[in-house]
Design a binder for this molecule. Structure first.
Ligand SMILES: NC(=O)c1ccc[n+]([C@@H]2O[C@H](COP(=O)([O-])OP(=O)(O)OC[C@H]3O[C@@H](n4cnc5c(N)ncnc54)[C@H](OP(=O)(O)O)[C@@H]3O)[C@@H](O)[C@H]2O)c1
Length: 371
């Protein structure tokens, strides 16, 4: 019998613990993957610290994590896209409503949905492939879900739409994927990042980049958008929504901001001691910030909506991305796995360190643990 090991959260706000886990057979429409690389996301930390508020449906003991790459070792009924031994990357859905611990990324053998997985070309390492799933899913949900920006879908030969999309935070993992998807869908992209990443974001396809820390950034972006037909804005990064609302209010076209961040960050809320002390003012900032954003949007004639990064799990966007678009785009080099992976080390025990380094901040990079 093959043995599995997982990084468990045994109760709400517990410490992460490496311990044996059941070896799960895939159900219909699922594949079982021997995990070779895992990337960490801000959400993995937040599930530990404020999961009882953000994901109250989670049943403990629980296995967190969304991003994996590895090899297929078993195939569920009805799966025809994959064979045993295939190299794949995929979105691990354990934290989503109605899903189970077997589907959390932080374990040696993970169950993935067939339609949320993509074959990986030989030139792509497991470490590089693992950076994609959640960031790509969040970008795709924001850009293509019908109740968000509802853009036209990406293709191998996109027709120019004659519309410009503003992507605030282009050097984030979400932004890096959003730039490439929007360009592959035929949109012109204007973005923001630190100046050291201007070359990175334009290399991904953005036409122009602006420093989000510059005092004149709002005026500069409005100038760059003058005379252009806007496809809307994807706002990534703390404080990005307000900036995008002001800009869209001064421009012509689709005045819609898809927001990746809540109005205040939960980053400083610890899972353990001092939690309530930090949580109460954060909640107050979220509520007040939400009301302020709603008023600002109304004043500027702009519509806003929060992105749920895995919305595509329950719509046609998931299969469109992971089956229809990504496999060929990766193989043909039309889509690159970005940002670059930084490997923290090998073993589930290093995930807590990767999460701490993620909290300290990364620039155009994603932290990865190998197994
Ligand atoms: N709604 C959802 O479902 C969902 C899903 C995934 C992520 N998110 C959120 O989206 C955000 C980005 O996540 P990620 O994983 O893509 O992050 P990430 O890759 O870790 O972000 C790092 C980048 O953030 C940029 N950055 C820092 N502060 C910024 C600001 N105020 N405005 C714009 N960019 C800023 C930095 O750019 P420079 O180095 O160029 O300065 C850096 O490259 C996080 O806050 C995360 O919680 C939400």
């Amino acid at each position: 019998m093959t043995e599995n090991t997982a990084l468990w959260l045994n109760a709400k706000r517990a410490d992460f613990t490496v311990a044996p886990a059941p070896y799960n057979e895939p159900l219909a429409g699922e594949i079982l993957v021997r995990v070779r690389a895992i990337a960490v996301n801000p959400m993995d930390r937040l599930i530990q610290s404020v999961g009882d508020l953000m994901t109250p449906w989670i049943a403990y003991p629980f296995v967190a994590g969304s991003d994996v790459a590895g090899e297929v070792v078993a195939i569920g009924q009805g799966v025809t896209r994959f064979a045993i031994g295939d190299r794949v990357l995929g979105y691990a859905a354990g934290a989503d409503k109605g899903h189970r611990a077997a589907e959390g990324a932080f374990q040696a053998y993970v169950v993935l949905k067939d339609y949320m997985s993509s074959p990986m070309p030989d030139h792509l390492s497991f470490e590089a492939g693992a950076v994609l799933p959640l960031a790509l899913s969040t970008a795709a949900s924001g850009l293509f879900e019908q109740d968000l920006l509802a853009l036209d879908h990406p293709s191998a030969a996109p027709r120019a739409k004659g519309k410009t999309l503003l992507i605030w935070g282009g050097s984030t993992s979400v932004g890096s994927n959003a730039i490439q998807l929007a360009v592959a869908a035929g949109y012109d992209v204007i973005t923001t990042s630190s100046p050291r990443n201007f070359g990175y974001v334009t290399g991904l396809g953005a036409r122009q980049a602006f420093d989000y820390n510059s005092k004149s950034v709002i005026a500069d972006v409005i100038n760059a958008l003058r005379g252009r037909n806007l496809a809307g804005a994807l706002a990534v990064g703390q404080g990005s929504a307000g900036k995008c609302i002001t800009i869209l209010g001064a421009c012509e076209g689709n005045r819609f901001v898809a927001m990746a961040n809540p109005p205040a960050s939960f980053d400083n809320v610890p899972a353990g001691k001092g939690r309530l002390w930090h949580l109460a003012p954060t909640m107050a900032r979220v509520i007040v910030g939400g009301i302020a954003t709603a008023f600002q949007a109304r004043r500027n004639g702009v519509k806003t909506k929060m992105i749920w990064g895995s919305a595509l799990l329950n719509s046609d966007v998931g299969p469109m991305i992971f089956d229809g678009f990504l496999p060929r785009a990766l193989a043909e080099g039309r889509f690159v796995a970005s940002p670059q992976p930084i490997v923290v080390g090998q073993g589930l025990g290093l995930i807590a360190e990767a999460l701490a380094r993620q909290l300290a901040g990364v620039s155009a990079a994603k932290l990865v643990v190998t197994l």
